[in-house]
Every structure is written in C-alpha cells, then in structure tokens.
Design a protein around this ligand. Structure first.
Ligand code: HEC
Ligand code: HEC
Ligand code: HEC
Ligand code: HEC
Ligand code: HEC
Ligand code: HEC
Length: 498
C-alpha cells in the first residue's frame, strides 16, 4: 500500500496519492478491461453487431478518458494544495496508515467498491452485448422510431428471424459499414434527427446473397403456387369477388426442375440489371439481361430513354427487388378490411361496410388516439346502434393500429410492395410492353396475362367451385380493362379511382 513516509530524507510526496486519482485509476482500469473484453467478443463473435461497436469503441473509451481525467484532476488539486500549504504547513498528501482504524475502514470500503465495479463492468459488458443482438433492442429500444417495422415484423413469415440476420449478417466489411450507420442511428434517435418516414430503399442493406440466401437456396425449384385473393366490391351489398391463381414461380436453375417462370430472374442462369430514375426504384427505363451460359446480352429501353445509364447507377436485380417487404408488409386499407370481412370480424351485413371502413381508415389523423376516435365516429354515424357496429369498430381500430403509424408517417402509401401489380406498379415496372430492344421488335413479355399466372377460378359462390385447369380470361369487376392503364393507376389500396 502506501506506507507512511519514513522520516528524513524526505521525498516530495507524489501528487497522485489522493482519493480522486485513485478512483480515476479504478475507473480507467475497469474500462480498459471492458474494452479488451469487448474487442475480444467483437472479434470472435459469430454475428457481428454495430451496436456492440458503439459500446466498444465509443462508450468504453469514454470511460477510460473519464478515469484518466479524474487521475489528472486529483493530481492537479494535490499540486495546487502543495503549492499553497495550508495553515498547518504540511501539504496533505494521501497517506494510508493501516494501523489507523479509520484508514483500514476506508481502504476496505474502497477496495470492495473497486472489486464490485470491475465485476459489474465485466458482467454488464457481456449482458449489453447480448442485449444489442436481440430483437427487443432493435425493435423496442428506439421505440417510437422502429414501431412500424417492429409491428409489421411480428405479423410476417419472418417473425422468428432476428432483425440482425437480415439487416446486418456477418462479414467484416459490412460490419464496418453497419457500425458507421449504427452510430449515426443512435445519434439520430437521441437527438430526434431521424427522418419520418424512414427512407427506403435502405442504401446500405446487405445484398440478398449474404442475407436471404443464407436460408433460402436460390436454385430451389418452387413450381406453381396456388393463391386465392378475396375481395369485396364497394357496393351496397359488399358483393364478394374472389380470384384463384396458379402462380408460375418456377425456378432459376436449369436441371433443378422446369427452368423459367417468375424465379427466372434469380441471377443463377441469368443476370438482370436495371436502372431506376427515382430513389424508390419505381421508374425503370433501362434493363439489361446477360445469359450466364452464352454471355449473350440484350438491352431493353423505354421510348423516352435512349443511351446508357450513368456509370455505377444500375443495379443487379436480386430477391429484394421483388420481395422488398418480407418482414414489413404494410397492408393496404382495402386488403386489411377485406381480410377481416372474410374472417367475419367485420360483418358483411352492414350495407356499404367495405367502402365505409376504407374511408374511415384513409382519413388524415394526427395520432393513434385521434384515429381511434375518428373511426368510431364514422362508423357510429353511419350505422347508429346496429348490433354489428361495436365489433366492426374494434376490428377497424385494430387494423389501424397494426398498419398505420401516423407518428412515423408510415403506411402502405409510403412503402410500395413490389411483389405483384395490382396496387403498386411492381412487376409492371418492367413488364408493361413499353420496354423494347433497339430494333423495337422484342418487348419484355407482359400484356399476356398468362405469362406469370393462370386464373383457375373467379367470381363468387358456385363459380369458385368450377376450376379451369387451362386457365380463364380475367373478368374485371370494374368493367373492361384499358390496355394503356396500369392496374395501379386506378387501384391505390384505398378507394378506386382516387
Ligand atoms: C427477413 C428479413 C428481415 C427481417 C427479419 C427484418 N427486416 Fe427490416 N427490412 C428488410 C427489408 C428487405 C427491408 C426493405 C429494404 C428496402 O426497401 O430497401 C427492410 C426495411 C426496414 C426498415 C426501413 C423502413 C421500412 O419500413 O421499410 C427498418 C427501419 C427496418 N427494416 C427495421 C427492422 C427491425 C427493427 C427488425 C426487427 C424487429 C427488422 N427490420 C427485421 C428485411 C428484414
Ligand atoms: C434466418 C433464416 C431466414 C432468412 C435470413 C430469410 N428467411 Fe425467408 N423464410 C425463412 C423461413 C424459415 C420461412 C418459412 C416461414 C413459414 O413458412 O412460416 C421463410 C419464408 C419466406 C418467404 C415465404 C413467405 C410467405 O409469406 O409465405 C419468402 C418470400 C421469403 N422467406 C423471402 C425472404 C427474403 C427476401 C429474405 C431476405 C431479405 C429472407 N427471406 C431471409 C427463413 C429466412
Ligand atoms: C421477379 C421477382 C422475384 C424475384 C427476383 C424473386 N422472387 Fe421469390 N417469389 C416471387 C413471386 C411473385 C412469388 C410468389 C409468391 C408471392 O406472390 O408471394 C415468389 C415466391 C417465393 C417464395 C415462396 C415459395 C413458397 O414455396 O411459398 C420464396 C421462399 C421466395 N420467393 C424466395 C426468393 C428468394 C430467396 C429470392 C432471391 C434469391 C427470390 N425469391 C427472388 C417473385 C420473385
Ligand atoms: C427490372 C425489371 C423487371 C422486373 C421488376 C420484373 N421483371 Fe420479369 N423479366 C424481366 C426481363 C428483362 C425478362 C426477360 C424477358 C425476355 O426474355 O424476353 C423477364 C422475364 C420474366 C418472365 C419470363 C421468364 C421465362 O420463363 O422466360 C416471367 C414469368 C417474369 N419475368 C415475371 C415477373 C414477375 C412476376 C415480376 C414481379 C414480381 C417481374 N417479372 C418483375 C424484367 C423484370
Ligand atoms: C409479369 C408477371 C405478371 C403478368 C404479366 C401479369 N400478372 Fe397478374 N399477378 C402477378 C403476380 C406476381 C401476382 C401475385 C401478387 C401477390 O402475390 O400479391 C399477380 C396477381 C394478380 C391478380 C390478383 C391480385 C389481387 O389482389 O386480387 C389478378 C387479378 C391479376 N394478377 C390479373 C392479371 C391480369 C388481368 C394480367 C394481364 C393484364 C396480369 N395479371 C398479368 C404477375 C403478373
Ligand atoms: C380504370 C381504372 C381501373 C383499372 C385500370 C383497373 N381497375 Fe380493377 N377495379 C376498378 C374499379 C372501379 C373496381 C370496382 C371497385 C369496387 O367496387 O370496389 C375494380 C375492381 C377490381 C377488383 C375487385 C375489387 C377490389 O377492390 O380489389 C380486382 C381484383 C381488380 N379490380 C383487379 C384489377 C387488375 C388486376 C387490374 C390490372 C390488370 C385492374 N383491376 C385495373 C378500376 C380499375
């Protein structure tokens, strides 16, 4: 310890011998230990994590600096006191004399405090490491910010896949990138600087090869998928209209099954590149496909875009260009109401309920509470005290709660879903007959409604029991289709035509 200095020859007492410097030394030691420990976890951990990086490279060093600052201020105070000796004449350097009970007491207290501090640093760092990996951390810590993503995620097929598995994954270079953006996100959240809504597409999202394809094998042959879409018209009787499709998903690998179909764009036997002129990648004037086997290249352009895209501006198509909402699908007002009608949560006995519920959902509300009141008011006004009203109000409010996030300005209107073509351009961004090769002869297949699916049945009741394996022509409930319009020109997820 620090034995009382023997009588002459006296050395000038060290200015570091004081409680403040000692406490500083312990904090510095603790954070140095935490730093080394975290660097070790960081290096050997299976899944690297940007928030751990913040802890390791920002928080731990901050404490180290604090410790060092305390050591120096202790020294400085001591130095000042030595320069101006108090009345008694002797500078009051820290002396610990174990024969003095008071000193023994202090030392015991200080020593056990230091041990507890060091233990807690180790335990705390380890726990924090685990916490930053968890879904709660990503989804709940930045509560308001991530609420839309957290809520929709819990209703997705990927509710058991952690956020980090899609958003971070493993690998050194992405780790550094996500660490930088992670640090920015913490800053943005703390100082309320984030964008509302959060902008997509996320620029530094890892390529699908390193996230989706760790679980999904792109060569897998899927074949045909049988899907049923239930709708209700916005007339008085809420007339049901259902369409049952056989989707030709197919596969992207010759030899693994019949080659072709929707998963033809899988980047296995072909490479598809495109150039989008808007940040949301909704307007695509240029496409290039390269065959892996023959190296043959074909370029498609729209009429008003000639030439080539600027260097580095094109993108290789991957899973996320179609499946851009695998974990955060915001249902359209239409879809959500139709599902609840089909499930009987909203009674189809209420005249015009489809239209009324969609109208109630698509009004502008300042916040969740106002929306709840507004929805109740619209339905009460229309149906007064009908028995079916109370459950319908509850169902519509729940739809709002799970798909609309006024605080973050997030709902289906902010985040297009590219998987189909009814409510967003989706596949028709390219498959619209307007993309042609230079000679103008070959278009990306499109107007042919059977290129991607065949309609097995459509209509209601009896009609749905009659399957047509050869497929049937689409009977559009909204009248004859205009070949110059995209479905999404009228269908916008709310009420048609607006
Ligand atoms: C199955 C993979 C997957 C999982 C799991 C996942 N995400 Fe996403 N996330 C995506 C994709 C893909 C996008 C859309 C990227 C784009 O459009 O550029 C996205 C977008 C986002 C966005 C941008 C805003 C938006 O709504 O599009 C945020 C924020 C986000 N995710 C947070 C989370 C959080 C928090 C979790 C965990 C609770 C999570 N994600 C889990 C794949 C995933
Ligand atoms: C950690 C593993 C994992 C990762 C990473 C992952 N998925 Fe999945 N995915 C699954 C599992 C498991 C299922 C099946 C869930 C089920 O059927 O309930 C699934 C289902 C799907 C489905 C069918 C969903 C449906 O609604 O029926 C699609 C499409 C899909 N994933 C796309 C993606 C895309 C795109 C990504 C990358 C952004 C991705 N997955 C990343 C494990 C994963
Ligand atoms: C050209 C657009 C497109 C691309 C690119 C694409 N998919 Fe799909 N995929 C679809 C469509 C359309 C379906 C049909 C199901 C649907 O509508 O949700 C589908 C279905 C699926 C399913 C569900 C299969 C089942 O049995 O339920 C999975 C899983 C899947 N895709 C994974 C992937 C993965 C992984 C990638 C990237 C390697 C990918 N897809 C690339 C359009 C695409
Ligand atoms: C970035 C542009 C782009 C997008 C978006 C896109 N495709 Fe394609 N697709 C192409 C091109 C280019 C071809 C090749 C056309 C050809 O060979 O003539 C193609 C071919 C196809 C084929 C024919 C494959 C075969 O068997 O030869 C199908 C089916 C298909 N796409 C379905 C879809 C579906 C479904 C979606 C939406 C989920 C979609 N595509 C989105 C560009 C796109
Ligand atoms: C490029 C491929 C492609 C072409 C061409 C195509 N579709 Fe589709 N269609 C899809 C996909 C993919 C879905 C499924 C979307 C989903 O899973 O949500 C779909 C879904 C649909 C649905 C059901 C949507 C719903 O919500 O009820 C109808 C109806 C439909 N298509 C009609 C047509 C008609 C009519 C044409 C011709 C004008 C056509 N499709 C051409 C890919 C295509
Ligand atoms: C000119 C505008 C317009 C275009 C373009 C259009 N629709 Fe419609 N569609 C309507 C109207 C209006 C209704 C009737 C809506 C109602 O009564 O609620 C309707 C009803 C529907 C319905 C049943 C009800 C619903 O709300 O989902 C489906 C499914 C549908 N259309 C699919 C399509 C598809 C697929 C395309 C593209 C191939 C398309 N429509 C193009 C106007 C349009």
């Amino acid at each position: 310890m620090f034995p009382a200095p023997a009588t002459p020859p006296r050395e000038p007492p060290s200015h570091f011998k004081n409680w403040l410097s000692l406490a500083g030394a312990i904090i510095a030691l603790g954070s140095l230990f935490a730093f080394v420990f975290l660097v070790a976890i960081d290096t050997f951990a299976h899944n690297r994590n940007p928030y751990l990086g913040i802890l390791t490279y920002i928080v731990a060093p901050a404490f180290l600096v604090l410790g060092l600052a305390l050591i120096i201020s202790g020294w400085w105070v001591q130095h000042r006191q030595a320069a101006q000796p108090p009345e008694g004449g002797e500078p009051r350097a820290l002396t610990i004399d174990l024969s003095r009970p008071r000193d023994r007491h202090y030392l015991l207290l200080f020593g056990s405090g230091a041990v507890v501090f060091l233990l807690m640093t180790a335990f705390g760092s380890y726990q924090t490491y685990h916490f930053t990996e968890s879904v709660e951390f990503c989804g709940e810590t930045c509560h308001g910010v991530m609420k839309p993503e957290f809520t929709t995620y819990h209703h997705s097929a990927h509710a058991r896949v952690s956020c980090a598995e899609c958003h971070i994954g493993s690998g050194a270079s992405w780790y550094v990138k996500s660490k930088i953006s992670g640090a920015y996100q913490v800053y943005a959240t703390t100082f309320n600087k984030y964008e509302r809504p959060i902008k997509t597409p996320i620029k530094n999202l890892r390529p699908a090869q390193e996230t989706c394809e760790r679980c999904h094998w792109p060569e897998k042959f899927t074949g045909n998928l049988d899907r049923t879409y239930m709708h209700y018209l916005s007339d008085k009787k809420n007339t049901p209209y259902t369409v049952r499709l056989s989707l030709r998903v197919g596969g992207g690998q010759p030899g693994e099954g019949f080659f072709g179909g929707i998963h033809w764009h899988m980047n296995v036997a072909n490479r598809v590149e495109y150039y989008a002129t808007d940040p949301q990648r909704q307007t695509i004037p240029w496409i290039r496909i390269t065959s892996a086997a023959s190296g043959e290249v074909r370029i498609y352009r729209t009429k008003d875009f000639q030439g080539e895209p600027p260097a580095g501006a094109s993108r290789v198509m991957d899973c996320i260009d179609c499946h851009n909402r695998p974990a955060h699908a915001y249902q359209t007002a239409n879809q959500a109401v139709e599902v609840d009608m089909a499930l009987g949560k909203i009674s189809t006995m209420l005249p015009y309920i489809k239209q009324t519920a969609v109208q109630a959902l698509t009004k502008d509300y300042a916040g969740m509470d106002q929306a709840f009141e507004g929805i109740a008011a619209v339905l009460r006004h229309k149906y007064q005290t009908a028995d079916e009203v109370a459950p319908a109000i509850a169902a519509v409010q729940r739809i709002y709660q799970e798909n609309f996030f006024p605080a973050m300005k997030a709902d289906w209107r902010t985040y297009p879903n590219n998987i189909g073509h009814k409510d967003w351009p989706g596949c028709f961004r390219c498959h619209d007959d307007k993309h042609r090769t230079v000679d103008g002869n070959v278009a990306v297949r499109s107007s042919d409604c059977t290129a991607c699916h065949t309609i097995l049945a459509q209509g209601r009741g009896e009609e749905l029991a009659r399957l047509a394996p050869q497929g049937m022509e689409f009977k559009h409930p909204g009248g004859d289709l205009d070949p110059d319009l995209l479905c999404s020109d009228c269908h916008n997820g709310g009420l048609q035509g607006k």
